[in-house]
Design a protein around this ligand. Structure first.
Ligand SMILES: Cc1cc2nc3c(=O)[nH]c(=O)nc-3n(C[C@H](O)[C@H](O)[C@H](O)COP(=O)(O)O)c2cc1C
Length: 417
């Protein structure tokens, strides 16, 4: 376990929106990660979900009003104890009350006393989300340091769709972990920037993720192993830092589409090349986190290749080098970040191979991961180095893929004009 993953004291604030039922899944995930969770529900929230569900999942009584347990002065004690306050969902009403600094129930009182990171996850109808009152409230809360996530677009309560949907619980849990990791590094005396500043607002970003699969015949493919988790984390973090994000994903694990991201799915390296180059035309930054297949069969067999007596020999040809094309393409200058999954050998270390790749490809930044048994692929956590074309080199410590993504975006933001 990473030091920052030790059990924490978390207040899960639930307000009265239809998405309140998804807070149960977030609660379950926080408990499975070993954290202590106190649910503080608004009165409206309890119209949607019974206290029994929260109490069974958290192992603690649900709290709502300031006049419960008065001898413990809970409206002050809870906020002081909390290492993270997570609001799932945050209604338009709760955002408004927070903006005004009201303390008319236990949740808003706790928010005024808490000095830990606050992560608000709004969910509401598009009209409510886009109303100037809500837009102003969100801007005010962000200015004061509350992390207010962008909602997802998609199916809302009824048949209507649009921005305002709660991001999926695994994504919320990922951001909660990110804030806890950062809390740990700042309390250790570091001067780390907050992981989700709005420093990519107005920037267009393209991220590729996952592997690619080259069909050999109607049933078999030649592919690269990659869960897509690192690329998805990069896209998620960029979107929550305000960027306009296109995510081009090849073959991936079972991942939910990130909130507030334009997701395009592809299968082969050539499809990925076309989608990335197309989306990159107006981009400020392109991050190639995908592990694409460098080769493809010269011919696609129309029928299934039969097993026969001998294993078949399948001639291969090179796929396009997307990173190289991005760097040499005749378009206005944009920042290009590559990824290198390397293994060391007797000729050089992982870092030596990374430096050589950076020079060969000519990108601005290169994230180097050591891969092999139990490293990087399909894991929740990642570590590596970030190498710059300017000769810089930074270690990316072991942590969540979202934390690694936040450090990469810090480096990108520093280099953007
Ligand atoms: C069926 C139903 C669904 C609702 N869904 C939402 C919602 O998704 N988001 C929201 O901001 N308000 C929603 N509301 C309105 C809130 O419940 C209402 O504003 C309430 O005062 C919120 O109180 P609270 O912020 O103290 O929890 C909904 C109301 C009803 C009756």
């Amino acid at each position: 376990m990473i030091e920052s993953d030790r059990p924490r004291e978390i207040v899960l604030g639930v307000s009265g929106g239809i998405a309140a039922y998804k807070s149960c899944e977030v609660l379950r995930r926080l408990r499975e990660a070993g954290h202590h969770v106190q649910v503080v529900a608004t009165r409206s929230a309890l119209e949607f979900i019974g206290a029994a569900t929260f109490e069974a999942l958290s192992g603690r009584p649900v709290m709502t009003g300031v006049f419960e347990n008065v001898h413990d002065v809970e409206h002050v004690a809870l906020g002081r104890r909390a290492e993270l306050v997570l609001l799932v969902p945050a209604t338009a009403d709760l955002l408004a009350r927070m903006t005004q600094g009201r303390a008319d129930d236990l949740l808003t009182s706790t928010l005024l006393t808490a000095r830990c990171p606050v992560l608000a996850v709004p969910a509401m109808h598009t009209e409510m989300w886009e109303h100037p009152a809500t837009v102003d409230n969100v801007a005010t809360l962000r200015r004061r340091g509350t992390v207010v996530l962008e909602p997802a677009s998609g199916r809302l309560t009824g048949a209507d769709t649009g921005p305002g949907r709660l991001p999926e619980p695994p994504e919320i849990a990922e951001f909660a972990r990110l804030l806890l990791e950062w809390g740990a590094s700042t309390s250790a005396g570091g001067t780390e920037p907050f992981p989700l500043p709005r420093d990519l607002e107005g920037r267009r970003v393209v991220v590729s993720a996952g592997g690619t699969a080259e069909p050999l015949d109607p049933v078999r493919t030649l592919g690269n192993r990659s869960s897509g988790r690192q690329g998805y984390a990069l896209a998620r973090v960029a979107a929550q830092r305000g960027a306009d994000v296109t995510l081009v994903a090849g073959t991936i694990a079972d991942l939910d589409p990130p909130a507030a991201v334009d997701l395009r799915r592809v299968q082969t390296t050539r499809e990925m090349r076309d989608a990335v180059l197309d989306a990159s035309k107006a981009a400020d930054v392109v991050v190639m986190a995908a592990a694409v297949s460098d080769f493809r069969p010269t011919a696609l067999s129309a029928g299934k290749i039969k097993k026969g007596e001998e294993p078949p020999s399948i001639p291969l040809e090179f796929n396009p080098d997307i990173l190289r094309e991005l760097v040499t393409e005749d378009v206005p200058r944009r920042l290009v970040v590559g990824f290198a999954a390397e293994t060391g050998d007797e000729h050089g270390s992982v870092l030596d191979y990374g430096r050589a790749k950076l020079e060969r490809k000519g990108c601005d930044l290169l994230v180097v991961n050591a891969v092999g048994a139990g490293k990087a692929f399909e894991m929740e956590d990642n570590e590596g180095w970030l190498l710059g074309a300017d000769g810089s080199s930074m270690s990316l410590p072991m942590g969540s893929k979202a934390a690694l993504a936040a450090r990469v975006w810090d480096a990108v933001a520093e280099r953007l004009p």
